[in-house]
Structures are given as C-alpha cells and as structure tokens.
Ligand binder design. Sequence first.
Ligand code: URA
Length: 284
Amino acid sequence: MSPVDPSSPENGTVADGLAALVADLRAALEHAKLRGVWAEDPVSVVLPEPEPADTPLPAPPEPPSAPVVPVAAGQWTALAATARREAEERMEVGSQALRLIREDLGECRRCNLCTGRSHVVFGAGSPEADLVVVGEAPGYHEDRQGEPFVGQAGQMLDKMLENVLGLPRAEVYICNIVKCRPPQNRNPLPDEVDACLPFLQRQIAALEPKVLLVLGTVAFKTLFATSQGIMRSRGIWREYSGIPAMPTLHPAYLLRQPQDKRKAFEDLQAVRARYDELGGRRSS
Ligand code: URA
C-alpha cells in the first residue's frame, strides 16, 4: 500500500479525515494526561508494582491497649522506694526463715561427722534467690571456711553460674546434702544423710526457688530416692516438691573429666531458659 499524500488534491478528503483523527487523538491524550492516567509504561499503571523481596509485611493492627497513665516525675521516686521496700521485706522474710533453721541446726551432733569437722557448712547466698544449687558435702576448704563451694570445685561452679547462667554466686543460694565434711571426702553414709536432709528440705521450702540445680550423683540419688546414675539422668528435668529440678554433672567431676563439660553446658543452658521463662530474677 502506497503512503497517503495529504497534499494531493485527489486525497483531499482522506487527508482531512486523517487530520481530524490526529486532532482527536491529541485531544484524548491531553485529557488522559490531565486525569493523571498517562505513564511512559502503561502496563505499570494497570499492574501493581512488584514488592521488593525485603519489603516487610504490613504490621498487623495493634490490639487495643490499656490506656497509658502518665507517671509524674515525683511518682517514679515513690514507685522505686516501694519496690525497694518490697525486695527488702522479701529478703528479710527469707533470711529470718533461714536464721531459724540455722539456729535449730545449732552445733549439730546428730551424726558422727561432727567429730571431725571444723565448721558446720550451712549454706550461703541470697535469701531471695530464685535458683538453689545443691551439692554433696563440704570438702577441706569448705570445712575450714564454713562456706560451701570455696575450693577448686567452687571456682568451677562460679564459672558455670556466671558464664552460662549469667548469675553471680551472690544471686543464688548454694548448699549441700550434708553440712559437715565426711572424712577423706568419702560419700556421706545413709545415717548421715538422714540426719541432715530435714534441714536441707526446710532450706528449700523457705527459699521457694523457681529452679533447683542438682550437682552430681550423691545429691541426685538423695533428692530423688533413686539408684539411677547421674550420667543417664543429667539433662532431664525432674520435680522436687513441685520445683523444676535439673540434675547435672558435679564441678569436681568436670575438673577430672573436662571432656564432659559440654554436657554440663547443655544442661545449664536448659536451666537458663527455664529460669528466665519462670521470671527468675537477675540483677542485670
Ligand atoms: N563439693 C560439694 O559437693 N560441696 C561443696 O561445698 C564443695 C565441694
């Protein structure tokens, strides 16, 4: 088909028609531009822009929240003072109960361990602790100083508490199944355990911890009246008087068998998670 020459006289009517058509098109384009519909790429006007891959999803609507009551500057001081008083009262009640148990224990002569000891090692730590650690029996250093876990095993325990649980020794409560050192660090005998256990039970009841950490075979077998060994039982949650209890390897054992530290690490990680889940306190 030959191109149309609008200047040719025989094509006058065609040229007129084309000119009218072009004018109509121009008018239509102007109209569209004015309405903002025009775009260089008309497809993008019709289809929504694809979302970039990392565009976050729109946030769900906020649930209706309780009205925020503004606290005046002076009120903060009052609220902080109340919280401090409550903490002190809790501490006072806790230490009062522990003091009574300590008084009842006295300079104990209920079993033969009293004959070789220097000190009764009652327990140490925060009376408002949410974690109670139960070991086996005082060793040489504990007997000399009257404090639990102050020797090499104690240093290992401090690391376990601080580095894995994020709890310094001062924020937990540490005690043992028996409160006097057995000769040559032998395991406590059944009658020695029987004489001492009621005091430990009272300590735990007074402290009402959120979690118990049970160290080693002797503590585990005593608290759960079982003959099962610690190796098969560690890392598995139990309950002691309604309190979640985690049996794990004794730090003295870990000093001799450092290749098993990973097992204890895993147990302590589980303790940390449970402790936080239950709202266990930590100072920082
Ligand atoms: N081992 C324990 O089980 N308790 C202590 O207090 C010290 C070492």
